[in-house]
Design a protein around this ligand. Structure first.
Ligand code: GLU
Length: 314
């Protein structure tokens, strides 16, 4: 049996690719290709109204422009609702989920802030409804579906960040796997899709590190394997601010006006620590020299060309 890894890049097409996304695609790609492994592309367009197909196609074109290739046709999450429905039915049969009728206002009023103060832990109000109360509420409101989580530590070893541990009940609370508008949530979809595609290695931004215990818990419930996780440093602009979709001047449409694909890849590779100087580089060359030991562990300040950095600070 081959031990070469299968990796993937899984962008959400709610905007053009920016340098943070491209850094993620680059490391995911180099990691598996340098070991002779497979690379897949998944378009995470679950939120169909916010992710028009034209943007997905643009992302695919952008990746091709940069020289990326993948081993299977791209998977579109918007086409996989039946798979998510089937998994939800299994979770329902296990009594692992319950309908939640709380409105946004109720959630804010009842929730206790967790350690970070930015995320709220659901207090489980709807888990305590009787069957009769559920029927009554369902007359006026379509519920979200929440997964019950255990009050115990769940830990895993991240390939870059080291050990990470969370108590789902205390740090996160029962979480939504299907929204009240019927759309499936990211946590369930990502777990099912990684397993269905045979993904063994997940490389993604450190902003998703804290989602991982929820995903591992879902994998255990559904009897799915847990891939290896590597959460990469966040990219910062020339001023040390985290890149965001609002930085239009750092998205590919703007960059491609003044830089070649090799210049973009070389600048990213240099910023990440993969090559010693900021010069054009091709994907095959970067594959040949790749090692995770080179990759910076701290947030990465991009070595932007003077022009892009100047537009940024305006
Ligand atoms: N779709 C997510 C994003 O664009 C990435 C999800 C993942 O890699 O698991 O941030």
């Amino acid at each position: 049996m081959s031990t070469a890894p299968t990796g993937r890049f899984a962008p959400t097409p709610s905007g053009r690719l920016h340098l943070g996304n491209i850094a993620c695609a680059l490391l995911a790609y180099l990691s598996v290709r340098s070991e002779g492994g497979r690379f897949l592309l998944r378009i995470e367009d679950l939120d169909v109204p916010r992710c028009p197909r034209a943007l997905s196609m643009q992302i695919i074109d952008d990746l091709r422009f940069l020289g990326f290739d993948w081993d299977e046709p791209p998977l579109f999450q918007s086409e996989r609702t039946a798979v998510y429905e089937a998994a939800l039915a299994r979770l329902e049969a296990m009594d692992a989920v319950y309908p939640c009728f709380c409105t946004r206002a109720q959630l804010h009023a009842a929730a206790a802030p967790n350690a970070g103060d930015t995320q709220f832990v659901y207090d489980g109000a709807c888990a305590r409804l009787t069957p009769a109360e559920r029927l009554e509420r369902a007359k006026t409101r379509r519920p979200a579906i929440r997964l019950r989580v255990p009050d115990e530590a769940l830990s895993f070893e991240d390939g870059l960040c080291g050990p990470f541990c969370e108590n789902l009940a205390r740090d996160c609370g029962d979480f939504v796997i299907r929204r009240s508008d019927g759309l499936f949530g990211y946590q369930l979809a990502v777990v099912l899709d990684d397993a269905a595609s045979g993904v063994t290695q997940v490389v993604r931004g450190r902003d998703i590190l804290s989602s991982t215990p929820r995903q591992i818990y879902l994998q255990r419930l559904l009897g799915l394997p847990t891939p290896q996780y590597l959460h990469i440093p966040l990219m910062q602009d020339a001023q040390g601010r985290r890149l965001a979709k609002r930085d239009r001047d750092l998205d590919l449409s703007a960059l491609a006006r003044s830089m070649t694909p090799q210049q973009i890849l070389g600048m990213l590779a240099f910023s990440l620590g993969l090559i010693p100087e900021n010069r054009p580089a091709s994907l095959p060359e970067l594959v040949a020299g790749f090692s995770w030991s080179l990759v910076r562990r701290e947030d990465v300040r991009l070595a932007l060309p003077a022009q892009a950095a100047a537009t940024q600070s305006e």
